[in-house]
Design a binder for this molecule. Structure first.
Ligand code: MEV
Length: 431
């Protein structure tokens, strides 16, 4: 079987850092994505590869360890954490393609996490809502980096434009900014946790000064929401410029970021500001009609990316149904992690000693060549096992966002025509 899932990167338009103190924020999905393919393997190892990022690693998903074969680890930790939570630890082959620059403030880790989880859920035929996916993805980010608001994983899941309110409730903004924008990326990696800590320290030292600044960022974000809904592009630009000044005031600006912001404005951007944590990373410039001018001007010193906003959130699909004849005999017999003929596997919930189990619904039961019996219970118990782990994570997730007004989006995320439904009594598992 082969599945694929993809999820967009994001840009924060308004409210970064203030969102950590329960102020609102506005973020948008962008036209760059992470794409994760998962397929069955004949090997007894789980392999993760990314040509785009130049790495290859062998993963021990159960113990959250990896052996790097080439490249740098970076994003691997997010994939490993997602696999640890939502995979049964059987060997698989994972391929990551990504055109979101890593560590640039464009939500690469969230996009990779969301796409990996969606691919795994599709692979295991587990049903989930976007809300559930965003919550687990946030927990993965939290486990890996220690600090994270739910914003990145929410936008990667839902796509479009979202407004996160003061109660961490999510509202989709029913408007689309058609104007293209340019992102300028500094060569310096911006550490979110370091910058968030810096703002916290400043707030503790100067509460009377800093608290109103944070609240003003919140008020400005509310004004921006109205401007976006009314399609008032000039006002959006002006508010971006004010937001940049306030981000400078809370200490997350740098010389490079400032240079890019002012160069962009000089070349015709109507709004230009830091996006994300700052301290490095990126700026965003709204520049209708001036995309090339702004991109060329920033490009003299720094890297630039031309982007558009994207309505498309996470997607997943089944590419190839599992075919029993794809499985080598050796794999079935020798693979220590495999459910095939392996009753020692602690992850194997199958209490029946019948060795001739095939733990999937995608078996060709008519195949005379096959000695394996299609056992849907085994597959369902496999999925339920993962689901249980995922639910444990969900109940521990203390930084949940509440998602409002989007019944449509809360419909179960995929409708897998090829798979048989997993029988259970959960009401929210409606197809
Ligand atoms: C980072 O992309 C945005 C911050 O507000 C931190 C967060 O929301 O987790 C700086």
């Amino acid at each position: 079987m082969e599945v694929m899932a993809s999820a967009p990167g994001k840009t924060i338009l308004f409210g970064e850092h203030a969102v950590v103190y329960s102020q609102p924020a506005i973020a948008a999905a962008v036209s760059k994505r992470a794409i994760v393919h998962i397929k069955d393997t004949q090997s007894n190892k789980t392999i993760l590869k990314s040509e785009d990022l130049g790495f290859e690693a062998e993963l021990d998903t159960k113990n959250k360890k990896y052996i790097l074969k080439k490249g740098k680890p970076g994003i691997i930790r997010y994939i490993l954490e997602a696999l640890h939570i939502a995979h049964n630890h059987n060997p698989i082959e994972i391929t990551l393609s990504i055109d979101i620059p890593i560590g640039s403030g464009l939500g690469s880790s969230a996009a990779v996490t969301v796409a990996t989880l969606a691919a795994l859920y599709r692979y295991h035929n587990i049903y989930f809502t976007k809300k559930e996916l965003a919550e687990i993805a946030h927990q993965v980010e939290f486990n890996v980096q220690g600090e994270a608001s739910p914003l990145d994983t929410l936008i990667s899941t839902y796509g479009g434009l979202i407004y996160l309110d003061r109660n961490k409730e999510l509202h989709k903004i029913n408007a689309h900014i058609n104007a293209p924008f340019v992102v300028g990326v500094t060569s310096k990696y911006g550490s979110t946790s370091k910058m968030v800590k810096g703002v916290k320290l400043l707030k503790e030292r100067f509460p009377k000064v800093m608290d109103p600044v944070i609240e003003t960022i919140g008020d400005l974000t509310d004004e921006a929401k109205t401007a976006i809904e009314k399609g008032n592009i000039n006002k959006i630009g002006e508010l971006m410029n004010i937001n940049h000044g306030l981000l400078d005031a809370i200490g997350v600006n740098t010389k490079e970021l400032s240079r890019m912001v002012y160069i962009a404005r000089g070349a015709g951007a109507i709004g230009s500001k830091i996006t994300g944590a700052g301290g490095g990373g990126s700026i965003i410039s709204l520049c209708p009609g001036k995309v090339d001018d702004v991109s060329n001007a920033i490009g003299v010193y720094d890297s630039t990316i031309k982007l558009t906003f994207s309505k498309k959130g996470v997607t997943s699909k089944l590419i190839g149904a599992r075919n029993i004849n794809n499985y080598g005999k050796n794999n079935r017999k020798n693979n220590p992690n495999s459910n095939y003929n392996n009753n020692n596997n602690p992850n194997n919930n199958n209490n029946n000693n019948n060795n001739k189990k095939y733990p999937t619904k995608y078996t060709n039961t008519n195949s005379k060549k096959s000695n394996f019996v299609n056992n849907n219970n085994s597959s369902a118990s496999n999925s339920r096992n993962i689901e249980k782990r995922v639910n444990n994570v969900k109940s521990n997730n203390n930084n949940k966002s509440k998602i409002k007004n989007n019944n449509k989006d809360n419909k179960k995320f995929y409708q897998n025509q090829n798979a048989q439904p997993i029988k259970n009594n959960r009401k929210d598992y409606a197809r």
